[in-house]
Design a protein around this ligand. Structure first.
Ligand code: FE
Length: 171
């Protein structure tokens, strides 16, 4: 009786260890504007079906299929309210209105993200052009591209899709 009980406990412990290993999401360090410090956060890993359910068609096309919204059509191109632009996929804080400028390109443009850790970059040589793709560090959503023809202080132009972002006004 005692042995059986122990075996059951051992089996259960082994199973839960296996389950927790399988579901343990990778943690990354990102900057939280809200908290004014770096924090650890779990990466967001969803299936295509889950993303399709959560996002609009346009958001899905841009964030998950690396699409681009037509110039001068996005809701944040000429948007200059004070606040933070979050990822439209996972809500991570990405860009601040303090770093936004009018690039004249028809896409919301920034000189820098809120922190280098909050974004990821990747070489993109699609369409026969060599560009640097910008993605959300937490969910891997496609945000746009970064170019080195931006204004001071960084000289960078983060050319984003409005549909990849969700603006939250500062209180
Ligand atoms: Fe995200």
């Amino acid at each position: 009786m005692k042995t059986t009980g122990l075996l059951v406990i051992m089996l259960f412990a082994g199973l839960s260890a296996g389950i927790s290993l399988a579901t343990a999401a990778e943690e990354i360090k990102v900057y939280s504007v809200e908290q004014g410090r770096y924090v650890m956060t779990e990466k967001v890993d969803k299936s295509a079906a889950e993303w399709r359910e959560q996002l609009t068609r346009e958001e899905y096309h841009i964030l998950r299929e690396k699409g681009t919204e037509p110039a001068f059509t996005g809701k944040y191109d000429k948007h200059y309210a004070k606040g933070i632009y979050h990822c439209a996929g996972c809500g991570l804080e990405l860009f601040s209105s303090a770093d936004k400028f009018d690039s004249g390109t028809g896409w919301p443009s920034f000189t820098a993200p809120v922190a280098a850790e909050n974004i990821a970059t990747k070489d993109d040589s699609s369409f026969f052009i060599s560009r640097t793709e910008v993605l959300c560090a937490r969910c891997g959503g496609h945000l746009g591209h970064v170019f080195n023809d931006g204004p001071k202080p960084t000289g960078l132009r983060y050319c984003m899709n409005s549909a990849s972002l969700e603006f939250v006004a500062s209180k």
